[in-house]
Design a protein around this ligand. Structure first.
Ligand SMILES: [Zn+2]
Length: 339
């Protein structure tokens, strides 16, 4: 199983990431009902000023902000945003208040700030120990492709490849399972805690209706907010979990991985989302869960059956983790010399 990743020399991860930052994706046609739950709002103008966006363009459907480093597009009356071509789902829709477009303070502080100025927020994090969690295993096969390929096999292979790539970059890497064995959900973050993880990444492949396809990545949902996929009008969960201690770092990490996944692979961008998955709730460090693609989709399932696809996905996940950890390292070691 350990074959093709040896062709990637050290340092290539960063170079690849550099070249892929600028590319764009077509928008995904998902809509969500407008709502603002947070009592505090921030106008788009104030947001733009704070984060160095010098150009604001309002069109029929969107508000587009451009700065020297970043470009962000908000869809009107929607939770959908796109940062540097990568979809990020907000907790609250961008709406009009007093004739101004406004965001919730929650989204500015806990969704967008960790993506725009991560070095300001990651000084307390570590940057050496990575724990990778291949979803499912043993009697729990997970999703199934139309040809009978099991999620537990696909994600174990991807996990092994990510592990090798990160070890080649000098990181200490543990995996919650090395082989095809059953592991309770609660046991996975527990192992990460035992190994003093600085990063926990759970790797999955998705299942849905016949037409569902694409990549989505998840950070732990915020207390007082619904998960991205939860229907409006449903109960709002208020509980806080151990993983909520890392709300900002969770977003920095998940975005780094999702951005690399989306821009390095020919998969639909379903966006960075929020959910209350057990492994995220109890993570002892910044954590992300990635759904690399839909195993249940005829074409995507067939792609995931190929070693070259899995190698490419693994490279993207490793690139994202590496980028996040490099950012943390800069923030910790020389916070004054980084942008
Ligand atoms: Zn899964």
């Amino acid at each position: 199983m350990h074959l093709s990743f040896r062709f990637f020399p050290a340092g290539l991860l960063l170079v690849l990431a550099f070249f892929l930052v600028g590319s764009a994706r077509p928008p995904h046609g998902e809509t969500t009902p407008p709502s603002i739950q947070s009592p505090k709002r921030v106008t788009i103008k104030a947001f733009a000023r704070t984060y160095g966006f010098t150009d604001i363009k309002v069109s029929d459907e969107q508000v587009r902000l451009k700065g020297r480093v970043h470009e962000i597009v908000f869809s009107k009356h929607s939770r959908r945003a796109e940062l540097n071509g990568t979809v990020v789902w907000l907790n609250d829709a961008m709406v009009v208040e007093d004739r101004q477009w406004v965001l919730s303070q929650t989204d500015v502080q806990l969704t967008l700030k960790p993506l725009l100025v991560p070095t300001e927020l990651l000084k307390e994090q570590g940057y050496q120990v990575v724990v990778l969690d291949a979803g499912h295993g043993g009697e729990d096969g997970g999703a199934v492709s139309p040809t009978g390929l099991l999620e537990k096999q696909v994600v174990l292979d991807i996990t092994h490849r990510v592990r090798a790539l990160l070890m080649a970059e000098g990181y200490t890497v543990y995996v919650t399972r090395h082989d095809d064995r059953f592991l309770e959900l609660a046991e996975r973050p527990r192992r990460a805690e035992k190994w003093n993880a600085n990063v926990f990444v759970s790797i999955h492949a998705n299942s849905g209706g016949a037409s569902a396809m694409g990549t989505e990545s998840f950070a732990l949902a915020l207390p007082g907010y619904r998960s991205t996929n939860q229907a409006a009008g449903s109960l709002i969960p208020k509980d806080s979990y151990p993983g909520n201690a890392f709300n900002q770092a969770n977003m920095s990490l998940t975005y780094a991985i999702h951005h690399a996944l989306v821009h390095q692979n020919q998969l639909t961008d379903r966006g960075l989302r929020r959910a209350r998955f057990a492994v995220l709730k109890n993570a002892p460090c910044p954590a992300a869960l990635v759904e690399v693609g839909f195993l249940s989709h005829a074409q995507e399932g067939a792609k995931l059956a190929k070693a070259e696809t899995r190698a490419a996905l693994a490279l993207s996940i490793a690139t994202g983790i590496d980028n996040y950890l490099r950012t943390v390292k800069k923030a910790v070691i020389s916070p004054d010399t980084v942008e």
